[in-house]
Structure formats: structure tokens, C-alpha cells
Design a protein. Structure first.
Length: 318
């Protein structure tokens, strides 16, 4: 890199330029690990101490079956956090998925102990040992997903393991999108009979980072699906490897202030503005704090609106 600072630069300006050019980038890491934990509360206290020491914000859920988290902060601090977390033997093999950040994506740090690290509402169906979830779908690397489709063509079914609104801006081509608002809704969907015709087909489940499919694939197999797969690292790992030049199309919804990320500069815009039906991939939280639902609004409509509220609140003049 060519330096823009030299001896002819005034001293005060030199100090300012050095400060600007030395700003450390912020990053976000997404991670999970299914492994038996004897004392989830002790893990919670330890994780909180680590995050506070390294000035990280985000969300971490811990249960007797493992850990599920997303945290953000300065890159150096995240590296220190990862090293410290991996010193705990059950967490040594955690796959941390990195993404770009501005540093303000998470307003606070929240770490909780719950019955499930991803809530489907069926903890009794999930068995976890030191190798992970027992009886889940076959793990496929991103390249193996493409190979499966190349071999078996349209016979392969992509099954979205996310809530329906997430798929509005991005999905695998020709994927099955369920009528779900929250993760526990998948149980009624699977038991509704809507997807019984898929039970003998090769079904590839997918979600953001892979954790939901660890559980969803078990639930599907328990309900008669014969050939179930899941993508190692989820959409994130697939998008990192193939971008928008293979089977994924659109943007990826994320659970922080960014609301979406793209894997290339030519990501397809799949979403439609809830105000005018124009093309957009930009989510907004309803400005009504009692609502806070997510919806899509294009840049043109957003510029015309002083307070961006969902259609329901707009109809009530809230």
C-alpha cells in the first residue's frame, strides 16, 4: 500500500491520518456446537466473562446440548475470543463463520441458558453425544451439494429450514418454502401432510449457518422422510464458495442490524416491496415499537416515508 503520509504533511494532519488508516476492522462470527455440557450455567458465566473481556456484543444460547452464538467486535478481539473458547475441549472443533461488519450490529450482549440451543419445541426427540446430533441428515460439503444435483437432477428437493420471511430475499433454486413464522411452526408443517409426497425423494435441508438443519433433519427422518441431507456450514459456507453462480440465488437474511448480506456484486433481487411491489431486498423493522415485524420496502418508498411502518400498522394509522 502506498503511504499518503510523508514529512511534508503537517504534524496534526499526520496524527489524524495515522488514526484513520490504522482503524481496525470489525467482524461478526456465527458458530454453534452440539455437545453434552454438564454445567450450562458455568459455561454461560465463562462466556460472558470472555465477551466482556474482549468487548464483544451479540447473542449466545447455551443448553445441556451445546452452544449457539453470534458475536461481533474488533477483529483482534474476536480472534482472542475464538482462541480462548477453543481451549475448552468440547468446543475445540467449532466452525466459526466470519463476515464483515461495521461494529454497531449488536446493541448489547445477551447470553442465556435454555432447554434448546435452537428452539423447535421437541427437545425429547434430540439426542446429542460428543460427536454431535445423533441420527440427523447426511452432511454434504457445498461441492457435494452440486454433485448430488448433477447426478440426480430435478429429483433433488431443497427444503428451506428457515422462517418463511427469510426466503423472501434469497433461497436455493426451486426450494420448498414452508408456511412458518417461527421455528416451532415446522412441527405442524411436517405433520400436516403437505410434504408427504417428498418423503421418498432426496431432500437437502438448508438454513443460515447449519444449526437449524441439525435438528430439522432429525425431525424429518422421525416423520418418515427417507433420504435427508444437510449442508455443512449452511448457506453461509455455500455462498462463500459459490456466490451467486450456482444453486443459491438472492441475499441472505441475517439476525442483526445488517438484516442481509450478499455473496457477490451480482446477487439477484428476489424480494418485492410491501408498499408498491417494486423489486427490493431491503428489510425494515416496523417503526411501531409494539409491532416490530419485518417487511420489505424499496428505496423509493422509504425515501417518501417519514416513518416506515408495516402494512397492518399503516392501515390502523399507527
Amino acid at each position: 500500500m502506498i503511504s499518503i503520509i510523508n514529512n511534508a504533511t503537517p504534524i496534526i494532519l499526520r496524527k489524524i491520518l495515522r488514526k484513520i488508516t490504522s482503524i481496525e476492522p470489525s467482524k461478526i462470527v456465527l458458530f454453534y456446537k452440539f455437545t453434552p455440557l454438564a454445567d450450562p450455567e458455568a459455561i454461560r458465566l465463562w462466556q460472558r466473562a470472555l465477551c466482556e473481556r474482549f468487548n464483544l456484543n451479540g447473542r449466545i444460547i447455551i443448553s445441556k446440548d451445546g452452544i449457539n452464538g453470534t458475536v461481533g467486535g474488533l477483529m483482534t478481539n474476536i480472534k482472542k475470543y475464538i482462541r480462548a473458547t477453543k481451549e475448552f475441549a468440547p468446543f475445540k472443533e467449532i466452525d466459526f463463520k466470519w463476515s464483515e461488519a461495521l461494529g454497531d450490529e449488536f446493541p448489547r450482549l445477551v447470553i442465556r441458558v435454555r432447554d434448546e440451543i435452537i428452539t423447535f419445541g421437541k427437545p425429547d426427540e434430540i439426542i446429542v453425544n460428543q460427536d454431535g446430533v445423533v441420527g440427523g441428515g447426511v452432511h454434504l460439503k457445498p461441492s457435494e451439494v452440486n454433485e448430488l444435483v448433477a447426478r440426480r437432477g430435478d429429483e433433488v428437493i431443497f427444503f428451506d429450514g428457515r422462517s418463511a420471511h427469510e426466503s423472501r430475499i434469497g433461497k436455493f433454486k426451486n426450494a420448498v418454502i414452508t408456511d412458518t413464522v417461527t421455528t416451532p411452526d415446522f412441527i405442524n408443517e411436517l405433520e400436516s401432510g403437505k410434504y408427504d409426497h417428498l418423503k421418498s425423494k432426496p431432500v437437502v435441508t438448508y438454513c443460515t449457518g447449519g444449526i437449524r438443519c441439525e435438528v430439522l433433519s432429525v425431525l424429518m427422518k422421525n416423520r418418515g422422510f427417507k433420504e435427508v441431507y444437510q449442508i455443512d456450514g449452511g448457506i453461509v459456507r455455500y455462498g462463500e464458495e459459490f456466490g451467486d453462480d450456482a444453486l443459491w440465488e438472492g441475499s441472505l437474511y441475517v439476525f442483526d442490524k445488517r438484516l442481509k448480506i450478499d455473496f457477490s456484486d451480482h446477487a439477484k433481487v428476489l424480494g418485492c416491496c410491501d408498499y408498491c411491489s417494486g423489486s427490493t431486498n431491503q428489510f425494515y423493522d416496523c417503526a411501531n415499537l409494539e409491532c416490530r415485524c419485518l417487511f420489505l420496502v424499496c428505496a423509493t418508498c422509504a425515501a417518501k416515508t417519514s416513518e416506515i411502518t408495516c402494512l397492518s400498522c399503516r392501515a390502523k394509522n399507527i
